[in-house]
Design a protein. Structure first.
Length: 482
């Protein structure tokens, strides 16, 4: 038995089997690199932040180190099916695999290479990710959700729309439940008949491209602040992180400007929310976590909420049964605050380690103030683009309207002057590389608050973002899928 978290950290230093994180870019899997001396990352892209990450842990990119050809799909399953990757993994004779989200295909491949998966199986996690199923599960868990219903899309017509408005109010939210990924895909705000017509046209276009769309959640649109909270299901109970502001539909960075509910980042200035709302959010995540544990779920998950300050309530919206978009940036803030980060518990729970810790002490630490922010950069166009600029990843300052590169870096810890410096990281590509419509193009991290509210960033950060996009020197090109 390991009696405390300090002993647990020491245990990881003598762990024989390596832990390997798999991802499209190396940055997204860097969280455990601050805990494990033998941590490795296998990623697809060789980007300009990879060398800085290699100073922290071993990174093997398919583009550079394994000489793999272009992949049709950029996901974990595609990585694992590359023969060069399989040959490398077989040589290890055992490893622990950390992925963003599991699937039946990933599990089958890993079963042939290693039985040690550090996330929940798709069978356990998928029902909570399913937006249609989650409404039913949330009620079973004892959560008070928004009124609404799940409707067969083909039954939607003008009469049905008029009835929904009479029942739930003039302003509605339509959420296509067949989209399993987050980030606002499939979420549309319906304020008038034109929005309803455009929604039906959007569905028709997606179906024409082969997307199977059958169901839509319909709820009233609630005025409030978009936020989320992280839960960690341990053998001693459910730990809850701070209520964190989500940056949504920020026009300077959002993909497909005009779409609704697009996730653009976080602002972790914890004083933003009163303890009254923090405790409500903790109660929600604890209730849900206890219910999920009964369904064999363990480890990390996220709960998206709306904070309705006028009515003094926190409303659950959807569950992310996996590592969320807050990571690894939030792990970095936790490491800087010298508190046990969520990765520590994720590893220990899935490795089956017998360990003990002071639950109340950790929960108290998790409520302490932290300040930091992140912005996700996207290809904002609906066309393929090529990068012709030479921006490189690292630590920058923005002075007199100009971007000044200061030094290599990829983490919050690389920022020395929190008022002036920031980090550009996460897949910053080399000149000549291309991006598909809406694809992520990088991440900005700050050790300061950057949000005016959940839709707007401060003026200085707007200018930084503008300078970054100008530095990319974006050129629209022909569709690369043809």
């Amino acid at each position: 038995m390991i009696n405390n978290l300090q002993q647990l950290k020491k245990y990881f230093f003598v762990l024989k089997e390596p832990v390997i994180g798999f991802g499209n870019t190396a940055f997204t899997r860097t969280g455990p690199a601050f805990l494990l001396p033998n941590y490795k990352i296998i990623c697809i892209k060789e980007t300009s932040d990879t060398e800085a990450i290699r100073q922290r842990c071993q990174v093997i990119s398919l583009e550079k180190d394994l000489n793999c050809g272009p992949l049709k799909r950029h996901n974990t399953s595609a990585i694992l099916h590359e023969l060069q990757v399989q040959a490398y993994l077989k040589k290890l004779k055992g490893f622990w695999a950390l992925v963003y989200r599991s699937s039946g295909r990933i599990e089958q491949t890993l079963k042939e290479l290693s039985d040690d998966l550090l996330v929940n199986s798709s069978l356990v996690a998928s029902p909570f990710e399913d937006k249609k199923e989650f409404r039913r599960l949330a009620v079973q868990a004892g959560l008070s959700i928004l009124p609404g219903e799940t409707i067969w899309i083909d039954s939607l017509d003008q009469d049905k729309y008029d009835m929904l408005q009479r029942q739930y109010g003039e302003r509605l939210v339509f959420q296509l439940t067949d989209y399993k990924v987050g980030g606002g895909i499939g979420t549309v705000f319906i304020d008038h008949k034109n929005d309803f017509r455009e929604f039906l046209e959007f569905v028709a276009r997606r179906r024409k491209r082969g997307k199977k769309l059958a169901w839509v959640n319909v709820t009233p649109l609630v005025e409030g602040i978009s936020a989320s909270i992280t839960g960690m299901i341990t053998h001693k109970g459910v730990l809850a992180g701070p209520l964190q502001l989500q940056l949504i539909d920020v026009p300077e960075v959002t993909a497909f400007y005009g779409r609704n509910g697009v996730f653009c980042g976080h602002d972790w200035q914890t004083q933003r929310f009163d303890i009254f709302f923090q405790k409500q959010a903790e109660e929600l995540v604890t209730k849900l976590g206890i219910f999920m544990a009964k369904k064999s779920y363990k480890g990390i998950f996220g709960l998206d909420v709306v904070v309705d300050e006028k009515k003094g309530r926190v409303i659950p919206i959807e569950c992310n049964a996996r590592y969320t978009g807050a990571f690894p940036a939030y792990s970095m803030l936790q490491t800087e605050a010298d508190e046990p980060n969520f990765d520590l518990f994720q590893l220990a729970e899935f490795m089956g380690i017998a360990y003990d810790f002071d639950f109340n002490q950790v929960q108290h630490q998790y409520r302490k103030s932290k300040v930091g922010s992140q912005l996700i950069l996207h290809n904002q166009t609906r066309k393929w683009i090529r990068i012709n600029g030479h921006l490189k990843a690292g630590v920058y300052e923005f002075k007199q309207g100009r971007l000044n590169w200061l030094r290599p870096g990829f983490a919050m810890q690389d920022i020395k002057d929190k008022e002036k410096e920031f980090v550009l990281t996460d897949g910053i590509v080399n000149c000549g590389q291309v991006f598909k419509p809406g694809e992520r193009m990088g991440r900005l991290m700050f050790k300061r608050s950057i949000a005016q509210n959940h839709h707007q960033i401060k003026e200085n950060e707007k200018e930084i973002v503008k300078a970054i996009y100008q530095g990319y020197q974006i050129e629209e090109i022909e569709n690369q899928e043809n």
